[in-house]
Design a protein around this ligand. Structure first.
Ligand SMILES: NC(=O)c1ccc[n+]([C@@H]2O[C@H](COP(=O)([O-])OP(=O)(O)OC[C@H]3O[C@@H](n4cnc5c(N)ncnc54)[C@H](OP(=O)(O)O)[C@@H]3O)[C@@H](O)[C@H]2O)c1
Length: 244
């Protein structure tokens, strides 16, 4: 599986870099997609030094008009990992529609537009796989982050439907639901309680394990499955009064 070309969309993400590093050995071919050319070439150089063959593709992923040409540039890949996302400024989104719309664009419409193209290609070939990084934030809406949560929740549901469709073509799709990870996205958030925070290396390891085992949905670290099991079962009459 790992010898077929792998596309990593959002390749400068902290978690994506760890996934690529852990997969990089001689013989592995990567198509790396990111918006920042300079950061991308640093990531590419690191992977090349580890023996991988790397193709760099620069793309502003929030611009859906670029997606057709982007997908053409990475069509030689067999496996596609979608990582890009931006944590929504929830306070700003409450009063500024543009912030809310931008969040839905990059966190939901952008991955859906890519999946729309990729699903048709992989379904026709009957090979390859998809890995889509969502979030536990999509499992239940909370006052503190429901714009980001809305995008991730809809993304997770879309992945369920697409997995159901692609199963018939023998193309697995894994949804990844991480909890808190110590990356650039969360640099501004105090890392408390520490037990709930994971390193990008740990999350990357679990993503690779899940992908290699053709898992449908993984929570990472795994204890988030049980936390979200409880959170999603709290009656709404109680939940709406909580500050989570
Ligand atoms: N960190 C967490 O606590 C956490 C929790 C749950 C789920 N997740 C999910 O895990 C995935 C990886 O996130 P991370 O923690 O690794 O965060 P990260 O290091 O901040 O990575 C986010 C990535 O998205 C890219 N990106 C954002 N907007 C983009 C745009 N318009 N066009 C192109 N690329 C864009 C960023 O590019 P630049 O490098 O150019 O900024 C960066 O590569 C995301 O889907 C995130 O939602 C993270």
């Amino acid at each position: 599986m790992s010898q077929s070309p792998i596309a990593i969309i959002g390749a400068t993400s902290g978690v994506a870099q760890c996934v690529a590093r852990q997969l990089a050995t001689s013989g592995v071919e990567f198509y790396l997609v990111a918006r920042n050319a300079e950061k991308l070439s640093q990531v590419a150089a690191d992977l090349t030094a580890r023996g991988a063959t790397v193709h760099e593709v620069v793309a502003e992923l929030a611009d859906l008009n670029e997606h057709t040409s982007l997908l053409a540039n990475i069509e030689a890949a067999e496996h596609y990992f979608i990582f890009h996302s931006s944590l929504t400024d929830q306070d700003a989104a409450k009063t500024d529609w543009q912030v809310a719309e931008d969040s839905l664009n990059v966190n939901l419409l952008s991955p859906l537009s890519l999946l729309h193209g990729l699903a048709n290609t992989l379904e026709q070939s009957g090979s390859g796989s998809l890995v889509v990084v969502s979030s536990v934030a999509g499992d239940r809406g909370r006052a503190s982050n429901y714009w980001y949560g809305t995008a991730k929740g809809a993304l997770s549901i879309h992945c369920e439907g697409l997995r159901n469709r692609l199963m018939k073509a023998g193309v697995p799709l894994m949804t990844v639901k991480p909890g808190f990870i110590d990356t650039a996205m969360t640099a501004h958030i105090p890392k408390q309680p520490a037990i709930l925070w994971a390193s990008p290396e740990t999350v990357a390891e679990q993503i690779i394990k899940g992908w290699q085992k053709n898992k449908d949905v993984i929570y990472t670290p795994g204890f988030w499955r049980w936390i979200m099991f409880i959170i999603t079962r709290i009656p709404e009459a109680i939940f709406k009064r909580l500050s989570l």
